[in-house]
Each structure stands twice: as C-alpha cells, then as structure tokens.
Ligand binder design. Structure first.
Ligand code: PLP
Length: 283
C-alpha cells in the first residue's frame, strides 16, 4: 500500500512517525473515515466538516485546507487502485518532548491510508447482525471523534467474544450509540427513533444523510433517546456508519428483534442510501 504522511506518499513500510508524537503518547488527535464505493468518496464533505469541527474542539489546526485534503484522499485512491473500502485520516497535535501540557503553534501530524473492503456485499450488511448491550464507559465528550478509543476497543472485543458483531452502549437505561455506529429503532407505528446529537454521542455523517433520505421518503423520524426495553420491543432496528452503511440489527443481546429478519424500512433506507451515495459521490 501507498500511504500518506505529512506531505509525502510512501510505501507503508517506509512511513515513519516520531515516538514523541502526542497521538501515540496521549491519544491527542482526531480521525475520520470516509467510505469509497466504485472508486468514489461517499458523504466526504460531511466527514471533512466533522474533522474540522473535532480538531477545533481540541485546538488542533487543520493540517491542510479542505480542498488539499480531498486531493490527498483522491491520490491515495488512485495510487492504491481502490474500488471499494475506506480512506482513513488522522491528525494529531504533533511531536514534542512528553508533557501533558502543549505549546501553541505545534505542527500537526497528518497521516492517511486506504483499506480495501467489501462494504456492500458484507454478510453483515446483507443479512443483518446481532448486537450486544453493555455499559457506556466512554468520556463525556463523545461528539469529538478522537483516537482515544480504548472503551470502544474493549467493548468490541467483549462483544465479539460473546458472538456479537457490535455493541450498543447504554447509559442510565438509554442506548447512546454503537461502539462504532449510530443506533436506530423503528417503532410499531413505523417511526424511526434516533438519539439527538449532544455531547453524549458522535454526530454521525451517515445519520445526517439518513435523516434527509427519511424525510424525502416521507418516513417519519423522531430524534429522542430510546431505552433498552423499547429496543427489545422494536419492529426493526439498524445501525449506520461510513463503513457499515445501513446494517440491519436482527438480535439485541439475548432477544430477537421482531421476526429476526431485516425489516422493510431498513431495507428501503439501505437501497436509497446506496443509490444516493453513488450519485453524490466525488470526485
Ligand atoms: N458513533 C460512533 C461512536 C462511531 O465511531 C461512528 C463511526 O465510526 C459513528 C457513530 C457513525 O458515524 P459515521 O456515520 O459518520 O461514520
């Protein structure tokens, strides 16, 4: 693979980062993941807007103007001949002698690489997934997409070990979101429920796209918190993220959701999301 590090395209084995990089020492950095389908970036404007916002929240400057970042993404797709997968971007505060405090004006470290994946044909996307439930142990600013992901790493490991594909995280009896996805349920009267954006969850880019699609399709959607009990009783459930697109949830912990098959609203959103993703993709 060819990867990108601070202005250079290099074979992955030749790429280097300082051991004093604050991303390595303190998880002091931000990341983004954009899907690539048919060689094109999906919802990338939303991801780059969120990158800029996340960086702003932790006082790291954008490493390059947005237009230049898009050029880096496009160049990586081209050099790696990527048809389907993701482009990963990471910006850390940079390297300095280890100290909790940081100086103003540090030079951020900017790394990017591609990962080839079958997004659309993944068994999870096609057939749906079983999702575990566990306590949300993350910090209080989950709206910032930091590389400080240990709570999610452990949640996923535990979920996988118990035979689940993803974990939905729970706080005060309410589902916050998935360890790496946005969580939705569909009520008996056909309404999609999703938690409102706040410091408690990452504002999903796919969520933003799905909300627009639901509105255009005339499917009603309500932004409110939902409980574990409501999720158990749901008619349908699904999750979204850049890399998992719209993935049906057919089991939650030890309970089957409805008849255990992906529901019609979920299927409709999957189809329309992909259709629009391909139409609106860049370059
Ligand atoms: N919530 C969390 C905690 C995530 O890590 C992610 C994506 O990785 C999402 C939600 C979904 O966000 P997006 O749709 O922008 O990929």
């Amino acid at each position: 693979r060819t990867v990108y590090v601070n202005g250079q395209y290099l074979p992955e084995h030749a790429a280097q980062i300082s051991i004093f990089d604050r991303g390595f020492l303190f998880a002091d950095g931000i990341y983004e993941v954009s899907a690539v389908i048919d060689g094109r970036l999906v919802d990338n404007d939303l991801h780059l807007a969120r990158l800029e916002r996340s960086l702003g929240e932790i006082m790291i400057p954008m490493p390059l103007p947005v237009a230049e970042i898009i050029k880096v993404q496009a160049e990586l797709i081209r050099r790696n001949d990527l048809r389907e997968g993701v482009v990963y971007l990471q910006v850390t505060r940079g390297a300095a002698d280890r100290d909790f405090g940081f100086a103003e004006g540090m030079q951020p470290t900017f790394v990017a690489f591609t990962q080839a994946k079958n997004l659309r044909a993944a068994a999870s996307v096609q057939d749906g997934v079983a999702v575990d439930l566990m306590e949300d142990q993350r910090w209080a600013r989950r709206d910032i997409k930091t590389v400080m992901l240990l709570a999610q790493v452990l949640a996923k490991k535990r979920a996988k070990g118990r035979g689940f594909h993803e974990a939905w995280l729970v706080e005060d009896g309410f589902v916050t979101e998935g360890a790496s996805s946005t969580a939705y349920i569909v009520t008996a009267d056909g309404k999609i429920i999703v938690r409102p954006n706040s410091h408690a969850v990452l504002p999903g880019c796919t969520r933003q796209a799905i909300m627009k699609i639901a509105e255009e399709l005339g499917v009603s959607m309500e932004e409110r918190r939902f409980t574990v009990e409501e999720a158990y009783q749901a008619k349908e459930a699904f999750l979204t993220s850049a890399s998992s697109l719209v993935t049906p949830v057919i089991r939650l912990a030890d309970r089957t959701i409805a008849d255990g098959k992906p529901g019609p609203i979920t299927r409709r959103l999957q189809a329309v999301y992909l259709e629009l993703a391909l139409k609106n993709s860049e370059p």
